[in-house]
Design a binder for this molecule. Sequence first.
Ligand SMILES: NC(=O)c1ccc[n+]([C@@H]2O[C@H](COP(=O)([O-])OP(=O)(O)OC[C@H]3O[C@@H](n4cnc5c(N)ncnc54)[C@H](O)[C@@H]3O)[C@@H](O)[C@H]2O)c1
Ligand SMILES: N[C@@H](CCC=O)C(=O)O
Length: 546
Amino acid sequence: MNNAIFVFDYPENEPVKSYSPGTPERRNLQKELDRMSSETVDIPLIIGGKEVRTGDTEPVVMPHDHGHILANYHKAGPEEVKMAIHAALKAHREWESFSYVERVSVTLRIAELISKKYRATLNAATMLGQSKNAYQAEIDSACETIDFLRFNAHYISDIYHEQPHSDPGFINRIEYRPLEGFIFSLTPFNFTAIASNLNMSPVLMGNTVLWKPASTSILSNYVLMQIFREAGLPEGVINFIPGAGSVVGNAIFTDRNFAGLHFTGSNVTFNRLWMNVAQNLRNYKSYPKIVGETGGKDFIVVHESAHVDEVSTAIVRGAFEYQGQKCSAASRAYLPASLWPLVRNRVGEMLSEVTVGDVREFSNFMNAVIDEASFDNIMNYISKAKQSPDAEVIFGGNGDKSKGYFIEPTVILTKDPHFITMEEEIFGPVLTIYVYEDKDFNEMLKLVDETSPYGLTGAIFAHDRQVLDKASKALKYSAGNLYFNDKPTGAVVGQQPFGGSRQSGTNDKAGSHLNLIRWTSPRTIKETLLPPTDFRYPFMKEDRCH
Ligand SMILES: NC(=O)c1ccc[n+]([C@@H]2O[C@H](COP(=O)([O-])OP(=O)(O)OC[C@H]3O[C@@H](n4cnc5c(N)ncnc54)[C@H](O)[C@@H]3O)[C@@H](O)[C@H]2O)c1
Ligand SMILES: N[C@@H](CCC=O)C(=O)O
């Protein structure tokens, strides 16, 4: 394969299966849900391809039935982190020297294994461990994971084909070297696809990785790790080291070979990690690359020309799918006074049909929030609204953590556009609505732009084209992913590259060449075909002749 230039074609997005009663996918999924619900898995660390058990374990539970233990995972300490660094550096030599066609082949094999052999297993693990319903698991752990892998396999051909100009007599080329050292991949609980991609995009570019998954997504992440191995990923290319973030992080950030951080998670954690890197800057061989996508305070802006049913559907799906635990979830909405009574009624009708419960009951639109800390944090925001004279809980507002961490879809109406739930990321099923006078549309846009430190996603609803244009200009830096007449969630790889700026991250657009390029350290090579043999400039030679 080294004697050919190979291009991986533009892929199709993985089709989303329906899981309707009686379909084969529903039967397979049910079988895997039953199997995984009846066993307790022992999850080791995987370092240099070897399973390592430290005996320091924590349980993995179902958020919707927290008495049910799905697995126990072993936690890494500083010694295991050192072993993992050693394994990653050792694997680096061989992995980077492979032709990229081999790296892409492994990547595409992972996608194929997930699409066919392990779709039900990975979806069931995501449903049970992260409390996603079948549809939310399908669009995440099956489709988005596969799309990241296949689209990146295509984008790498584009990157490698990007070569400099050569004047006659010279050959210039760029080699897209991986980074010198290892990458630290720190993944969030809420998307199995993101966990896969934070590892596989640096790996595709020839890097090796230490992976610390979130403690609340370890079951699906372990299934992923097993799939990576089955696909033929060489030992040590990804080292799976669950554990306490600070323990693993401190051991990594003090290592001279730390070359890059690939992070998705909260803004608070990212800021802490960046400071940690900065404090160790003098120790490193190279300036580490830092890529981090963080939180959001995502908005829905509604103009009086919008349609009530479209807005109401976007509110319910955008704010409450996966219990609002998407960085992109709508958490503040701005409604014109003329439409508000109609939208309020329609949203109320829709919410009266929403049920919250166990993922194994397929009719539930919503399930549990991820853990007790998250439940308490969300309920605390709801209490603040209940106690404030500036806010009123108009739908939901109740939670129950006795069996699972269940919270009703909650809508707060506020008179204060700077009420705390309009500004801070809550990461739960809570939407706050502010009603403005129709004539104050322009002032309202300014408010949207200046209310929160984030800049991730946002949606504008209007059927007046000039309004869309005006609002998108006013909100230019308020969102890295902006939607016209659609909910602000559900970006599709290859169609809406994802990421935001301001306090929402470095905006390196997951699922695009922009992200992949960060995992390279390009080297330019110039070759002179006939090197000069006289140090003098041409005009000096001419002067002597005369
Ligand atoms: N912008 C995006 O693309 C995007 C996508 C998904 C999630 N998110 C954001 O992620 C957050 C939810 O995910 P989360 O709760 O898993 O985030 P988190 O910040 O709590 O954790 C992310 C990862 O960092 C680890 N970690 C936490 N503290 C650490 C420390 N001191 N040192 C080292 N590692 C540490 C965690 O164990 C986890 O693996 C939300 O804020 C959400 O908006 C953003
Ligand atoms: N990319 C996902 C969100 C990822 C963050 O949680 C979306 O567009 O909804």
